[in-house]
Design a protein around this ligand. Structure first.
Ligand SMILES: [Zn+2]
Length: 344
């Protein structure tokens, strides 16, 4: 039986073809029309429907570039199922280079939203109706905040076996079991039985090549896992991820200037110095000390801090931390090498 075409926003996408649909959004206050572009790749043969979304937080841009590279991937010609790519969900935020919407709301705390609700709620509701409700799987791409960077990591509800397998297939070294967060896209997707995960890597308003490459390869590996793309011919070794037991932020003990900090991916032991905070007006200096053993998975990139500010995000593991650090090292090396970017 021939596959039906995929209809969205008034267009029909025939099997074996691609198209870009525009979901109409509330206008800007300058009366400028606005829409959310959705790239549709509708495979010839039936299979899962995966959405890949980025910039739900308008200043988180690594995912926008991941989407662009994904759409250029030549093997999409042989796609099974349907791929929906939304490079910029929070169009308003991106225009203003901010995480939020013009109503100061965080879109990722507003799902599932409502058609008659706030601006954020209306955007969330549109996304649920047009994208999530028609998907079987979802990958939402994020970065750290402004001046805050993240080691590439997956956050997902790992207690759900199908989600855990999907997350593992993405193939980044560190995974955090993150219970569903109230109002998040992930939570709303789960209520529609959509298997979804969140990829976090790099920093807001900045492209990070390792984060982009790792995310691009991760999406493709996850697509292979659910049969949307054929398995790779060559057997490039995939990463076996480690699940963090817990994680928490170490805060600045004082206000001042930040010096000599440890990088992302570094193993730290209890009592290790993570960096120093100095007083620019005297020779006074205090150390930021790790209260436990773990891996640095997030850090502040700002040279200035105030007492109480989150400085280092340390993940703790049940397994040998040496092993985690080695895996992170070789993972970063793989993605920083001058290799052709098209996955094998
Ligand atoms: Zn985000």
């Amino acid at each position: 039986m021939a596959r039906e075409s995929f209809s969205i926003a008034g267009i029909e996408v025939a099997p074996g073809s691609t198209a870009t649909a525009s979901l109409p959004l509330p206008k800007l206050n300058s009366h400028t029309e606005l829409n959310m572009p959705v790239h549709v790749v509708h495979g010839k043969t039936a299979g899962p429907t995966l959405f890949v979304s980025a910039a739900v937080h308008g200043d988180e841009l690594n995912g926008v570039e991941i989407c662009q590279r994904l759409l250029e991937y030549s093997s999409l010609k042989r796609l099974r199922g349907t791929l929906l790519v939304i490079p910029v969900v929070n169009v308003y935020g991106m225009i203003h280079q901010t995480r939020y919407l013009p109503d100061r709301r965080d879109l990722n705390r507003t799902f599932p939203g409502s058609e008659t609700g706030s601006l954020a709620g209306r955007l969330a509701s549109l996304f649920m109706r047009e994208i999530v409700a028609r998907s079987t799987h979802g990958i939402d791409l994020h970065t750290g905040a402004v001046l805050r960077s993240n080691l590439p990591q997956i956050r997902a509800n790992l207690e759900d076996p199908a989600t855990a397998e999907f997350a593992r297939a993405f193939g980044v070294p560190v995974m955090l079991n993150s219970p569903l967060r109230d109002g998040s896209l992930r939570e709303a997707a789960a209520s529609h039985n959509v298997i979804s995960l969140l990829y976090e890597a790099g920093e807001a308003l900045r492209y990070d090549e390792i984060a982009i490459r790792a995310g691009y390869h991760g999406v493709i590996q996850a697509m292979r896992h659910i049969g949307m793309l054929r398995a790779s011919k060559t057997s490039r070794r995939t990463v076996d991820p480690f699940v963090a037991r817990t994680s928490s932020w170490i805060r600045a003990p004082e206000s001042g200037m930040v010096r000599e900090t440890v990088p992302l991916g570094r193993q730290v032991a209890k009592g290790d110095v993570l960096g120093h905070i100095s007083d620019p007006y005297s020779s006074y200096q205090v150390s930021i000390v790790s209260p436990y053993r773990g891996i640095v998975i997030g850090r502040s990139e700002s040279p200035i801090t105030h007492e109480g500010e989150a400085m280092f995000h340390i993940a703790r593991f049940g397994t040998d931390v040496d092993e985690v650090e080695e895996t992170v090292d070789s993972f970063q090396q793989t993605h920083s090498d001058e290799i052709p970017d098209e996955p094998d």
